[in-house]
Write a protein that binds this ligand. Sequence first.
Ligand SMILES: NC(=O)c1ccc[n+]([C@@H]2O[C@H](COP(=O)([O-])OP(=O)(O)OC[C@H]3O[C@@H](n4cnc5c(N)ncnc54)[C@H](O)[C@@H]3O)[C@@H](O)[C@H]2O)c1
Length: 395
Amino acid sequence: MADIVIIGGCGHVGLPLGLAFAKAGQEVVALDIDAGKVAQTNEGHMPFVDKGADELLLEVLKKGRFRATTDPALIRTAKIVITVIGTPLDEHLNPRLEVYRDLISKDRSHLSPGQLLVLRSTVYPGTTERVARELAQAGFDVDVAFCPERVAQGVALEEIHSLPQIVSGTTPRAEERASELFRLLTDDVIVLPTVAAELTKLYNNAWRYIQFAVANQFYMIANDYGLDFYEIHRAMTEKYPRARGFPKAGFAAGPCLFKDTIQLSSFHQNSFFLGHAAMLVNEGLPNYIVRRAAAKYDLRSLTVGILGMTFKPDCDDPRDSLSYKLKKTLAFEAKEVLCADPYLERPWILSAEEVIRRSGLVFIGTPHSEYKSLDFRGKPVIDVWNAIPGGISSL
Ligand SMILES: NC(=O)c1ccc[n+]([C@@H]2O[C@H](COP(=O)([O-])OP(=O)(O)OC[C@H]3O[C@@H](n4cnc5c(N)ncnc54)[C@H](O)[C@@H]3O)[C@@H](O)[C@H]2O)c1
């Protein structure tokens, strides 16, 4: 028996959420198709970095409040089922609308009457109502809710408690049960209709993606006019409250922001012009940097290094990282490309020291904190983020 089963429970969202509910006194089962992650989690090792999760995982395993499994039959044993599987785009940038249909048709035989089914993935608007309708038509008596996850990767456990929880249900009872569930984590619950809740999540991510695009475009404009973007950035933001939060330039990447901007665009008949413009700017930044670097350095004769391959600093996740795009572009333009990242183990990942020693020019792909104190041996370091002392941020 369990209070809560989380489908996708060993993922970046599912696992911290499960740990948080276990800490709040619930008996939680994390169901996942990845047997490797399930085994690792049951042995008390987090499959990825999340602040504070290593200790909490051990604590809740020891108390018997949390376990991971690959057995979908356990879905039946819980009062509440939460789904947090990935919702990626396809190769043509369309939302994969079939992901939830497939999940529900595969796992629905394990649902039992009276359960609360909470969708926690970021979904295409209308998905929640559709899931509820299909289950009802097939004779399943379950309450269906949508409660999106809004944490930042790497600090999920902290943010689960500090952010308000968005709650929606396809019926008043589903809404009430979902509110009660998330009140276990916080008193701050915002209730919305399902499509409004689905849009809230997409708006949050698209807004952030656009903000990064504005900074990146301003960066390119300043550069193209031979000006220092960070001098302007400082002038814009210093003691100027209305520019508070204006981001620095850098790669806007990862598995969520781009994907959710495109989901929103698809929902709005591909006429989300701001979102598309943001995509062109953000996805174009690696090419821009290489083009500007090629005008200053003879890349064809140089071994170049990239420090940082994950999608953001101090994180171990390489999904949709723009450092890979930088690597591909440099592989075409430069003599040789070497890569380093302290969070990744791959045959082609070297130590930062070796990359610096063997490279004539270094690019910061991801400004991990530890790079700030590296000895770059006097090598030029291209750093659009303006994060590394002595780095070149104006190209
Ligand atoms: N990563 C984030 O920081 C973040 C933040 C907010 C929202 N989200 C959203 O949450 C969702 C999940 O993202 P994620 O980053 O946790 O993905 P993830 O890939 O890290 O986790 C998904 C997990 O689901 C498992 N899985 C896939 N299909 C399954 C199935 N049929 N049955 C059981 N398990 C299955 C996978 O093995 C994986 O462990 C996405 O919709 C994403 O947009 C992610």
